[in-house]
Write a protein that binds this ligand. Structure first.
Ligand code: AMP
Length: 396
C-alpha cells in the first residue's frame, strides 16, 4: 500500500509518499507561501528536484497540485491517485479525547474544531489541510496522528497543574505535551538498540522547538512541554518555563497586552532573546566562538535547563537506561551533546567524544563511553514514517 503523509501549516503543506511494502519514500515536497504567491518543491530520490511557482490560493489548491505532480508522467511516481491507499495527517493537538491515532470522520473534525481555542496556531491549518485532502481524495481513509497522544499514559500528578482544579474542569488547562510522534519513534528505536522492552529512556528532541520526554517501556511518564509548546527548556525563540509572575510583571511594566506578552515569550525569547544574535543554534555557537558573551550565556542557559530536566526525570523514573538525542541540534551538534553530558558521570552518563564529535549528519550511533552505566544514543527522528506506519496499521 502507498500512504501519503500530509503536514499542513498556516501557509505551507509538506508531503511524503511512502511505499509501505518496504518503507521507502517515493516522493516528498513542500508547498510554501499558500495564499500568497505559491511555490512548490517536489523531490524524488535519485532524481533532480522540481521547483516552481504556482497558484496556491488555499490548502485545496496545494493538495490538488501535489496529486497532479505525483501522477505526472514525467515528474510523478504513481500512475493514478487510486494507488494511494490512505492519507496520514500530522495533527499537533488531539486534546483529551483523541488519545491515539484515529481515522478522521466528521465527529473527529468537529472535536478538533472544538479545541481550536487551546491550539490556535496549529489547529486551524491542520483542520483546513484535512478537509482539503478529504475533498480531493474522498474514497480513502484519512488518519490523524496527534503529537499529544503519546502522552495519554502520563499520570494525573504529572499533567494537572497545581492551580485551582476548577480551571482544569472549565477550560481543560492541563499539560498535554508535544513532539510525541518524534519521541515515540526514537524511544522505540532506542529500546530496539538496547534489546530491552522495559527500558527507561529519556529522549531529547532538540531543534527549533525542543522537548524532553521520559518513557518506561515505550510509554511516556513525563514530558517538558505542557499546556502549549511554550513550557519546558529554552528554544530558538521560545523562553520555555519562566516564573509566571515574570509575565504579569512585564505586562504591567511594559504596558503590553496578554497577546503581546505571549508573542514576546514565543518569538523573541530563548536563544534569540538572550544572545541577541539568532534563534539558530549554529549562528549562536559561531558568535560564541567570536567572543560574544551573550551568545555564550544563551548556550549556557540552554544546556543548564536541559541538564535539570534530565536529572529530574532520572529521579522520577528511579534510573535511566538510555539518553537519546534527536532533531536538528540533537542529531547534528556534537558540541551541545558534549556540554549536556558533561559532569553527569555520577548519574552514569558518559560519552565518547572520539565518536560523538566526529559523527556525520543524520547518523544513528551509540556515543557511550566504554564502561558507562547509561547508554547515550543519537537517533535521527522520522515523524513522517511514524505517521505513515500508524496510518497503514489502522487501515490495512
Ligand atoms: P529542527 O527544528 O529540528 O529543524 O532544528 C533546527 C535547529 O537545529 C537549529 O537551531 C539549527 O541551528 C540546528 N542545527 C541544524 N543543523 C545543525 C548542524 N549541522 N549543527 C548544529 N546545529 C544544527
Amino acid at each position: 500500500m502507498k500512504v501519503l503523509v500530509v503536514n499542513a501549516g498556516s501557509s505551507s503543506l509538506k508531503y511524503q509518499l511512502f511505499d509501505m511494502e518496504n518503507g521507502s519514500v517515493l516522493a516528498k515536497g513542500l508547498c510554501e507561501r499558500i495564499g500568497i504567491d505559491g511555490v512548490i518543491t517536489h523531490k524524488r530520490p535519485g532524481k533532480e528536484n522540481y521547483k516552481s511557482s504556482a497558484e496556491l490560493g488555499d490548502h485545496k489548491a496545494a493538495i490538488t497540485l501535489v496529486l497532479n505532480l505525483l501522477c505526472d508522467p514525467e515528474l510523478g511516481v504513481i500512475s493514478s491517485i487510486s494507488e494511494i491507499g490512505a492519507v496520514g495527517h500530522r495533527v499537533a493537538h488531539g486534546g483529551e479525547r483523541l488519545r491515539a491515532s484515529s481515522v478522521i470522520g466528521d465527529a473527529e473534525i468537529e472535536y478538533l474544531e472544538s479545541i481550536v481555542e487551546i491550539n490556535p496556531l496549529h489547529g486551524p491549518p491542520a483542520i483546513s489541510g484535512i478537509k482539503a485532502c478529504k475533498s480531493v481524495m474522498p474514497n480513502v481513509k484519512h488518519v490523524g496522528v496527534f503529537d499529544t497522544s503519546y502522552y495519554s499514559t502520563v499520570e494525573e500528578k504529572a499533567y494537572i497543574y497545581p492551580i485551582p482544579y476548577e480551571l482544569y474542569e472549565k477550560y481543560k488547562i492541563r499539560r498535554y505535551g508535544f513532539h510525541g510522534t518524534s519521541h515515540r519513534f526514537v524511544c522505540a528505536k532506542a529500546m530496539e538498540m538496547l534489546g530491552n522492552k522495559d527500558a527507561k529512556v529519556i529522549t531529547c528532541h532538540l531543534g527549533n522547538g525542543s522537548s524532553i520526554t521520559a518513557s518506561v517501556g515505550g510509554k511516556a511518564v513525563d514530558t517538558s512541554m505542557g499546556f502549549t509548546p511554550q513550557e519546558g527548556v529554552p528554544m530558538g525563540t521560545r523562553s520555555g518555563s519562566v516564573d509566571p509572575t515574570v509575565v504579569t510583571y512585564i505586562m504591567k511594566k511594559e504596558g503590553i497586552t496578554a497577546d503581546e506578552a505571549e508573542k514576546l515569550l514565543n518569538s523573541k525569547s530563548g536563544l534569540l532573546g538572550v544572545s541577541g544574535v539568532s534563534s539558530d543554534c549554529r549562528d549562536v555557537l559561531i558568535a560564541q566562538g567570536e567572543g560574544n558573551k551573550r551568545a555564550a550565556l544563551a548556550m549556557d542557559i540552554l544546556v543548564h535547563y536541559i541538564k535539570k530536566i534530565i536529572g529530574s526525570y532520572i529521579a522520577e523514573m528511579n534510573g535511566v537506561d538510555a539518553l537519546v538525542f534527536t532533531a536538528g541540534i540533537g542529531e547534528n551538534d556534537g558540541i551541545v551533546r558534549d556540554l549536556i553530558c558533561k559532569d553527569m558521570s555520577y548519574l552514569g552518563i558518559e560519552i565518547d567524544n572520539d565518536i560523538n564529535l566526529k559523527l556525520p549528519r543524520g547518523t544513528q550511533a551509540d556515543i557511550t563511553k566504554a564502561g558507562a552505566k547509561v547508554r547515550t544514543l543519537v537517533i535521527p527522528t522520522d515523524e513522517e514514517y511514524m505517521i505513515a506506519l500508524d496510518t497503514f496499521n489502522l487501515v490495512k
